[in-house]
Design a protein around this ligand. Structure first.
Ligand code: GAP
Length: 517
């Protein structure tokens, strides 16, 4: 059902002009996406809502827009050149890549283990395994040892008397054993084809490189930034000198980031080019823990206020072993995506790591001077860092509804009014009546001055309503024959589908109350 939802969203995005495969006419560039007419509106609305919440509604945060390309020394100092690696393994049989720290999660949800788990509910003996190996197993994981040499593998399981689906250790033990070949050594199987994976992981730096300068021989190697954050750290001094802020204060920026991800996928969830919305909030070191908690709550409430269902959101503090090289603590806001719970935004305590590193590498004094106490120190940094594309995907998934209306199925995107790409659609009931069309066009032109409004007369009214529902348009204004006489129009609300007759002279005020209150 959930995977089905993902397919429906991808299909709606293409059909209605939200998101297209990049370079589609050339067969597409994998995991790269272009935002179409509704997608760009939704994306801009999401970014505007974020900017409004973190810059305009606060007195302690300044906006910024730093360059994507930065001095290569930035990435030495930040530790990205040394530490921004993702250990991975490549299956020698099917050539697929897997992040090393996610292999067991991938195996758990793989089609072959899912099928095997279904077969193995309860205490079953090895005959079930053999039957599975010769049937479903052959189709789903042809390279799994249980499938290639069932009798050999089952012999390694002979002493195994346990219920499958228990604690992690049992699961790993079991999976290791069904991957054993004649040497009897437990191995990790490929989540895709079941083949034994290499025991050693490889490591790749995730930074994308490019050449800065027109002549290849003399051009300088630079990097496409993997996070927008560094553009704010290297401007810390400029902000101190130009704005003279008092702690705590922050910088906010929205911009593109690039990573050579090992396993991009799940539509726009993990891509190599994406957009981030990041805040670097500078605090006194002794206040860092409290401010981290405040930011976690502030950002969580923002997602709720913009309409994500509470049941689909949760907080997940990081374990010490999964913290980035610069972080002392981090909590993810996770969303229940159609493919499972995953990170939407991370809120980290980066300590004074970045300022110290850049001070050391640049030779500039990046300490904060406390006027009252006459002391200098490096502030700590609290960093709420969210993804625009991931956010947009979460809002789409949350807003997607299918409803039965009489005999029809209505697909409606119940997006929050601040996010909906189109606020009003003006629809003439009869497109072959010039007086109706002309009045409708005049009303649309008037409304366009105040709201994002579209005019559409390319179908029967039922079809036009469905089309607007699918893109989440909040109000449909219909002009009919009676409108010519009583100077009233029908306004239909998206979620309830309730209709009201409103005087044309009151229409703008009516919509203004609904949309801007
Ligand atoms: N400056 C901290 C930082 O970059 P991160 O957890 O690596 O932290 C922050 O990234 C956010 O950026 C993530 O929570 C996610 O929303 C988004 N993000 C990261 N990698 C992404 C990718 N490959 N594709 C789409 N969004 C991504």
């Amino acid at each position: 059902m959930a995977e089905n939802l993902m397919e429906k969203i991808v299909s709606l995005c293409k059909r209605r002009g939200f998101i297209f495969q990049s370079s589609d006419i050339y067969g597409g560039l994998s995991n790269t996406w272009d935002y179409g007419p509704y997608g760009v509106e939704l994306k801009n609305n999401l970014k505007r809502a974020w900017w409004n919440s973190v810059v305009y509604q606060r007195d302690d945060i300044f906006g910024m827009d730093a360059a994507i390309l930065m001095h290569p020394k930035v990435w030495e100092a930040s530790g990205h050149l040394k530490n921004f690696n993702d250990p991975f393994v490549k299956c020698p049989a099917c050539l697929q890549f897997f992040k090393f720290d996610k292999i067991w999660d991938e195996i758990w949800i793989s089609p072959w283990l899912t099928s095997l788990r279904e077969t193995m509910t309860g205490d079953k003996d090895s005959s079930y395994l053999l039957r599975w190996a010769k049937g479903e197993g052959k189709k789903l994981s042809p390279n799994l040892n249980l499938v290639k040499e069932p009798e050999v593998t089952v012999s390694w399981l002979a002493d195994l008397h346990h219920k499958f689906g228990g604690v992690d250790l049992d699961f790993k033990n079991f999976v290791g054993r069904i991957s054993c070949s004649r040497d009897g050594v437990a191995r990790i199987p490929c989540p895709n084809c079941g083949n034994q994976l290499p025991e050693q992981s490889m490591s790749a730096n995730l930074m994308l490189e490019t050449l800065f300068g027109p002549v290849k021989e003399t051009a300088q190697k630079v990097y496409l930034r993997p996070e927008t954050a560094q553009g704010m750290f290297v401007n810390f001094l400029n902000i101190l000198d130009s704005k003279h802020p008092k702690l705590p204060f922050g910088l906010a920026q929205i911009g593109k980031a690039f990573r050579n991800e090992i396993t991009p996928g799940n539509f726009t969830f993990r891509t190599r080019e994406f957009e981030q919305m990041e805040i670097e909030y500078f605090v006194r070191p002794e206040d860092a823990e409290k401010k981290l908690a405040e930011w976690i709550d502030y950002r969580f409430q923002w997602y709720l206020a913009l309409g994500l269902k509470k049941d689909n959101l949760r907080l997940r503090p990081h374990g010490k072993d999964e913290l980035a090289h610069y972080a002392l603590a981090c909590t993810d806001i996770e969303y229940n995506f159609p493919f499972g719970w995953s990170e939407l935004e991370g809120i980290a305590n980066r300590t004074d790591f970045d300022l110290r590193q850049h001070a050391k590498a640049s030779g500039k004094d990046l300490q904060y001077f406390d006027d009252a106490a006459k002391t200098r120190f490096y502030p700590y940094i609290i960093e709420p860092s969210g993804g625009v594309d991931r956010g947009l995907l979460a809002f789409l998934a949350d807003a997607y509804h299918e409803e039965k209306v009489r005999e029809d199925m209505r697909v409606v995107l119940k997006l929050n009014k601040d996010l909906a790409p189109v606020k009003v659609a003006v629809l003439p009931l009869l497109r072959n009546r010039p007086e109706i069309v002309s009045l409708a066009k005049k009303i649309a032109a008037d409304l366009k001055r105040s709201f994002v409004t579209v005019y559409d007369d390319t179908g029967a009214i039922g079809k036009l309503y469905r089309r607007q529902d699918e893109v989440g348009t909040l109000y449909c204004v219909t002009i009919d024959v009676q409108s010519l006489e009583d100077k009233q129009v029908t306004v239909r609300e998206r979620d309830t589908m309730q209709q009201e007759r409103i005087g044309i002279d009151r229409l703008k005020e009516y919509l203004d109350n609904k949309l801007n209150s």
